[in-house]
Design a binder for this molecule. Structure first.
Ligand SMILES: *Cc1c(COP(=O)(O)O)cnc(C)c1O
Length: 399
């Protein structure tokens, strides 16, 4: 018997839930792209996107996804043959490193494994060893969406400064922006990237690169700049088409305007608190269930866990069993395992992820927690009963 009819809940770490007002804002005929409303709407997004990033620097808009942003940012940040140091804490740092390598950079990876954040002391040591400043860029992911680790970006900046190193510091906030606290200028990031489809609650298809004046000045002299990805014209356009080097993503812009309004109306501090409380409701349930079975956090220390995604393991293929059962019987889809063994192996199938980014509230989280407890019972997956009560208690104490 399936009880899945009704609204399906896709609780994966991107694309995230799209709010109805965002969908409705996009449901309209094609607007004029030369004069009128859309031109004003796009100009108006620029200061608001800077507010969300916590920067007074620059922002360039692109029609692209996260992979495109890796390339967009790198072609402006470095020259061919430049050395790039990538701090990797799971999957996505390797992705950015790979793009840098294929673009012709000399890539050095500092790998911190799949269960720990970047250790700023190791970063400082690596930079101190680079006495003639061959490294031109340091890259990191704020939240690795595969492992759900969250890195301390401000501490990494301090490490770069402590080493007295001039490299440009780039941060991938694709999973975290609009979910986990991020303050670009205060934390000292020179370049930051985020896409539309995660915390920004808009369909996939738009991406953003924020960059400081320092990064801009360095970028001017780089030989990897290409016409389409060049951030200079995009950040200083005269006509609407110059924002996007061609036709703007008309309907995405209406959706994004609505999503940004929703974020700013709620207030960034409230958005971050909501994500923090809802993440901790999941964690309270998991801690409780885990006392009677194999359910485990991938990231043991709560202070290093993302508030946007939680990676869990059940062992022995049970992650995939749980996910399939939830989709078929209860109308919920959780995120697949990413980066733990080969896809289809029992190691990989032991892991799963819960996406809790963007347009989510307490009853959505409680729905998933209740559904997981139902699945554990139906599938005979050992757990200590009562995780949903633990989450309820946490939420009752938090509102
Ligand atoms: C989702 C994600 C990406 C990749 O984004 P795509 O839009 O799938 O290309 C890159 N980095 C992080 C941290 C992400 O969460």
């Amino acid at each position: 018997m399936s009880l899945a009819n009704g609204r399906h809940y896709l609780a994966i770490p991107g694309p995230s839930v799209i709010p109805d007002p965002v969908l409705q804002a996009m449901h309209r005929p094609a607007p004029n792209i030369y004069t009128g409303e859309l031109v004003e709407l796009t100009h108006g997004l620029i200061p608001d996107l800077k507010t969300i990033a916590g920067t007074e620097g620059n922002v360039a808009l692109y029609i692209t996804n996260g992979h495109g942003l890796w390339e967009a940012s790198l072609t402006n940040m470095i020259s061919r043959g430049d050395k790039v140091l990538v701090c990797v804490t799971g999957n996505f740092g390797h992705g950015w490193a790979d793009v840098a390598r294929r673009l012709g950079a000399d890539v050095e990876v500092l790998d911190f494994g799949k269960q720990a954040p970047v250790d700023p002391a190791r970063l400082e040591e690596a930079l101190k060893a680079d006495t003639d400043h061959k490294i031109k860029a340091v890259l990191t992911v704020h939240v690795d969406t595969a492992t759900s680790v969250r890195n301390d970006v401000a501490a990494m900046r301090k490490a770069i400064d402590a080493a007295g190193h001039p490299a440009v510091f780039g941060v991938d906030c694709i999973a975290s922006l609009g979910c986990d606290r991020f303050e670009m200028d205060a934390w000292g990031a020179d370049v930051m990237i985020a896409a539309s489809q995660k915390g920004l609650m808009t369909p996939p298809g738009m991406g953003f690169v924020w960059f400081s004046e320092k990064a801009r000045a360095v970028g001017m002299g780089n030989d990897m700049r290409t016409p389409y990805w060049d951030w200079e014209t995009r950040a200083n356009p005269v006509h609407l088409y110059e924002y996007f080097d061609g036709t703007p993503p008309t309907h995405h812009l209406y959706g994004l305007r609505q999503a940004v309004d929703m974020i700013l109306e709620e207030g960034l501090e409230n958005v971050w608190s909501r994500h923090s409380i809802l993440a901790r409701a999941y964690w309270a349930a998991v801690e409780h269930w885990g006392q009677g079975g194999n359910l485990k956090f991938n990231i043991a220390e709560p202070e290093y866990r993302s508030h946007a995604v939680t990676t869990l393991s059940l062992g022995d293929g049970d992650g995939t069993r749980l996910r399939s059962w939830l989709t078929e019987h209860l109308g919920i889809t959780l995120g697949i395992s990413l980066g733990f063994g080969d896809i289809g192996s029992s190691e990989s199938d032991g892991y799963f992820r819960i996406g809790h980014m963007g347009h989510i509230n307490a009853h959505m989280v409680l729905g998933i927690i209740g559904a997981m407890e139902t699945a554990f019972t139906a599938l005979d997956i050992p757990h200590k009963e009562g995780g949903s009560v633990a989450a309820a208690k946490l939420l009752a104490a938090s509102v």
